[in-house]
Design a protein around this ligand. Structure first.
Ligand code: PLP
Length: 399
C-alpha cells in the first residue's frame, strides 16, 4: 500500500488484505500458537531472523494488524516510522510504557491531575523505587525548574486534554524540555485520538491509548495500545515486558478496534462538531457557571489548542450553579444521554467527577485542580445534536 495515502484513508484500508484472493477484512484469528515447517525455521522465527508468528501472547495477525494500524495513524505525516503493541487494557499499555522507559528505579515527572488509574499505578510503583514528582505541566517554566532541581528524571508523563478539566499542555514545549534533560516524553492520547492530535509530530517518544474509548468507539471491549518511534526502546524494553508480564491484548478486541478505526475520522468530526454546538449552547445557560471545551473561542488556551489540535475533540465539562445537589438532580434527570463512567462511545455519556472518577480525592485538592462540586463531564456522542441539547436542557432545568 502506498505511503502517500491520507490519514483518513489509512484508517479505512488494511494492507494485510490488499492482495489477490485475500479475505476482504482482516480475519479474526483465534489460535493460541502458530506452526513451523521445520525446527530450523522455528528457531529462526524465535530469534527474529525470519518474520513469523509464534504464540498468541506474543501477538497474532489480527493483534499485530491493529497495533500497526494505530502506530501508522499516530506517526502519519511525520516522516517517522512507528511500531505498536496492542495491550489487554489502557492500563496494561501505560504500565508497559512506564516500566520500559524507566527500566528500573527512577524519577517520573507528571501532572497531579491524571486519569485516576494512572495515579494509582504510579503510587504502586513508588513501592518499587519509582519516585513521583508532580507539577503543573502547562507551566513550562515550572517544568524547567523541576528538571533542574531533580536530576535524572527519566520520563515525563502527560495527558492532554486533561480529564475532566480539558486543560491543554504544550506538547512541543514539553518535548523540547524533556529531551534537553535526557528524559522521554510519554503522552496518553486517549482523549484526542490521532485524528485530533498527533503527539509524535510534536516530539513525543511514546503515545498511549485506552482503545476502550474512541478507537473502539462502540463500548464493546476493553483494550489499549502503545506506540513509539524509538526502535531500540520498542524491541529491547517494550517487547520483553509485553511478552512476559502478560499484558498483551486478544484477537477479538483487536478485531473490534480494527472495525472501529475505519470510522474514526468521520466519528471524530461529528463528535467535535456536536461538542462545539453543545459547548456554545451551554455557555448561554444561566444555570451553568463554567464551560470547559478547547474548541470554544474563550477557552483560556485557545491558541495553543488550535496549534496542536485539529478540533476541540468530543469531550467537554461544565459546572452547574448549586454544587453537588444540583449535579445530583441533573444526573438523575438525564434520560436520552447515559450515566456511565466511560467515554468515547458513539452515544452521549455523562459523568459527575466529584462522586465518580475523582471521588477518592480530598475535596479541597479536587477543587484546587479545577474540579468544582457541580462539574459534569460530557462525552458528546454522534447523535442528532438537538436531541442531546434537549436532554441537557430538561436536566439542567430540573437541577
Ligand atoms: N487513560 C485515560 C485517559 C483513561 O480515561 C483511561 C480509562 O478511563 C485509561 C487510560 C485506562 O484505560 P483502560 O480502562 O482501558 O485500562
Amino acid at each position: 500500500m502506498s505511503n502517500s495515502i491520507s490519514l483518513e484513508s489509512r484508517s479505512v484500508h488494511d494492507p494485510e488484505v490488499h492482495h489477490y484472493n485475500a479475505p476482504h477484512q482482516v480475519p479474526l484469528v483465534a489460535a493460541s500458537s502458530f506452526c513451523f515447517d521445520s525446527i530450523q525455521q522455528g528457531m529462526a522465527i524465535f530469534d527474529g531472523e525470519e518474520p513469523g508468528h509464534i504464540y498468541g501472547r506474543f501477538g497474532n495477525p489480527t493483534i499485530d494488524a491493529a497495533a500497526q494500524k494505530i502506530a501508522d495513524m499516530e506517526a502519519h505525516g511525520t516522516g517517522q516510522t512507528a511500531k505498536g503493541l496492542f495491550c489487554s487494557s489502557g492500563m496494561a499499555a501505560i504500565a508497559t510504557a512506564i516500566l520500559g522507559v524507566l527500566d528500573g528505579p527512577g524519577r517520573v515527572l507528571t501532572a497531579p491531575d491524571l486519569y485516576g488509574g494512572t495515579v494509582s499505578l504510579l503510587q504502586q510503583m513508588e513501592k518499587q523505587g519509582v519516585e513521583l514528582i508532580t507539577c503543573d505541566l502547562r507551566d513550562l517554566e515550572a517544568v524547567e525548574q523541576h528538571l533542574r532541581k531533580y536530576k535524572n528524571i527519566k520520563l515525563i508523563y502527560c495527558e492532554t486534554p486533561a480529564n475532566p478539566t480539558l486543560k491543554i499542555t504544550d506538547l512541543k514545549g514539553l518535548a523540547n524540555l524533556s529531551h534537553a534533560a535526557g528524559a522521554k516524553l510519554i503522552v496518553d492520547n486517549t482523549f484526542a485520538t490521532p485524528m485530533v492530535q498527533q503527539p509524535i509530530a510534536l516530539g513525543a517518544d511514546v503515545v498511549l491509548h485506552s482503545t476502550t474509548k474512541y478507537l473502539n468507539g462502540h463500548g464493546t471491549g476493553v483494550a489499549g495500545a502503545l506506540v513509539t518511534t524509538d526502535a531500540a526502546l520498542f524491541s529491547d524494553r517494550f517487547v520483553p515486558i509485553y511478552r512476559l508480564y502478560g499484558g498483551s491484548g486478544n484477537a477479538w478486541d483487536a478485531w473490534l478496534v480494527l472495525n472501529g478505526l475505519k470510522t474514526l475520522p468521520i466519528r471524530m468530526e461529528r463528535h467535535a462538531a456536536n461538542a462545539l454546538a453543545v459547548a456554545r449552547w451551554l455557555v448561554e445557560q444561566p444555570l451553568v457557571e463554567l464551560v470547559n471545551y478547547p474548541g470554544l473561542e474563550n477557552h483560556p488556551q485557545r491558541q495553543l489548542a488550535a496549534r496542536q489540535m485539529r478540533s476541540g475533540g468530543g469531550m467537554l465539562s461544565f459546572s452547574l450553579r448549586g454544587g453537588t445537589e444540583a449535579a445530583y438532580r441533573f444526573m438523575n434527570s438525564i434520560d436520552f444521554c447515559t450515566l456511565t463512567p466511560t467515554l468515547g462511545d458513539v452515544d452521549t455519556l455523562v459523568l459527575h467527577p466529584a462522586s465518580m472518577s475523582h471521588r477518592g480525592l480530598d475535596p479541597e485538592v479536587r477543587r484546587a485542580q479545577g474540579i468544582p462540586d457541580g462539574l459534569i463531564r460530557l462525552s458528546v456522542g454522534i447523535e442528532t445534536v438537538g436531541d442531546i441539547i434537549a436532554d441537557l436542557e430538561q436536566a439542567i432545568n430540573a437541577s
